[in-house]
Design a protein around this ligand. Structure first.
Ligand SMILES: NC(=O)c1ccc[n+]([C@@H]2O[C@H](COP(=O)([O-])OP(=O)(O)OC[C@H]3O[C@@H](n4cnc5c(N)ncnc54)[C@H](O)[C@@H]3O)[C@@H](O)[C@H]2O)c1
Length: 334
């Protein structure tokens, strides 16, 4: 295989980022895009000459010669569009959250297996420098037994953010803030500490005119017995304040912080000082009126291409992605 041929379905905020990073990746080729909104397609059609543009997703799957379809549409469409792609024998890279429910996620995993294709899930925060450092410390058991973890997602989303895309704030299409903002953090927590066995949650919608929660706290117990707390909100005044995870272990404490898990704010680990020669240069996705999570989609696409062409491993697949969906269900008590 010379280049991995990609299509992007959904050319909104994050679809644009997929298009840009695929275009910049030497071993990838962008062959088609799809959006129900013609105006979104026109912008890219004029930018990329050979690109095939579709308003009908099934037609794109039937006609375009492609290896991977990136699904960047509202959450409520992820399951159906992934299953359609699997039956069209295309590999899938689905944006987070992989689906609204674990039942849908299981169907996606089965469809991919039955059709002999891969189902990858976007988890670009795993490539953040502080996350790589912490994962290595945990894998090497440098912190000894882990007692507790605290996760804070204190972000700002204006009402205009919810009004901007018709699916946002809707239960059946977005799900909740856990799916949109917090799934990045939950992916890391369940990756490091196992499934959430128990959760006691209080949540509310205090500030926005939406069907989903904009504030919540949950006391958690993980399968590894680690006790944790999750504090999340999109109500912070004016701008994102903090996106952090603090780990309290027998032989060390680490706080990954900044606004989007982009800094190490505290590192005190027995006989394991933090390397001093590192650059913390993870940038956030910028969407004009608001700032998103880390923009490491370039690293993700690079790993995916590497995995497909050179048979490597590492990109999160459906069997791993479903774990954060199960965690969300436990926290919501569904
Ligand atoms: N990984 C990240 O950091 C990150 C950041 C932002 C968004 N996301 C995720 O990306 C997805 C999209 O979010 P967004 O903010 O880009 O939303 P958006 O509303 O900006 O874009 C969604 C696009 O999908 C299109 N669409 C809707 N139905 C379609 C269909 N049937 N076929 C083709 N196109 C269709 C819409 O017209 C729109 O252009 C969500 O899953 C979201 O959680 C991930």
């Amino acid at each position: 295989m010379n280049k991995v041929k990609f299509a992007v379905a959904g050319c909104g905020h994050i679809g644009k980022r997929h298009i840009a990073v695929i275009d910049a990746e030497p071993e990838a080729e962008l062959v088609a895009i799809c959006d129900v909104d013609q105006t979104k397609l026109k912008t890219f059609a004029s930018q990329y000459e050979a690109l095939r543009c579709y308003t009908n997703y099934e037609q794109m799957l039937a006609e375009a010669d492609l290896d991977v379809v990136c699904i960047c549409t509202p959450h409520g469409l992820h399951a159906l569009m992934s299953i359609q792609a699997a039956y069209a024998k295309k590999n899938i890279l689905v944006e987070k959250p992989m689906a609204l429910t674990s039942l849908e996620s299981e169907k996606m995993i089965s469809a991919a297996r039955e059709n002999g294709v891969k189902l990858y899930v976007v988890k670009q925060n795993r490539y953040n420098t502080p996350i790589l450092l912490t994962t290595q410390a945990l894998e090497e058991q440098r912190l000894g037994r882990i007692f507790m973890v605290q996760c804070n997602v204190m972000w700002n989303r204006h009402q205009a953010y919810y009004d901007q895309s018709s699916w946002r704030g809707k239960k059946h299409l977005e799900g909740g803030a856990l799916q949109t903002q917090v799934s990045h953090f939950l992916d890391l927590l369940v990756w490091w500490f196992g499934s959430i066995r128990e959760a006691k949650t209080i949540m509310d919608t205090l500030h926005h005119d939406i069907e989903i929660e904009d504030c919540g706290v949950s006391a958690l117990r993980f399968d590894s017995n680690v006790i944790g707390s999750l504090f999340w909100t999109t109500c912070v005044y004016n701008a994102n304040y903090e996106g952090s995870i603090t780990i309290i272990g027998e032989k060390g404490t680490i706080k990954i912080g900044g606004r989007y898990l982009n800094e190490i704010e505290f590192w005190d680990v027995q006989s394991y000082p933090m390397p001093t020669n590192l650059e913390f240069d993870d940038k956030p996705n910028q969407y004009g009126t608001y700032q998103g999570s880390s923009s490491n989609h370039d690293k993700l696409i690079h790993s995916l291409v590497d995995q497909i062409i050179h048979s490597r491993k590492g990109v999160v697949e459906g069997e791993e992605g479903i774990k954060s969906i199960q965690a969300i269900e436990t926290i919501y008590h569904r």
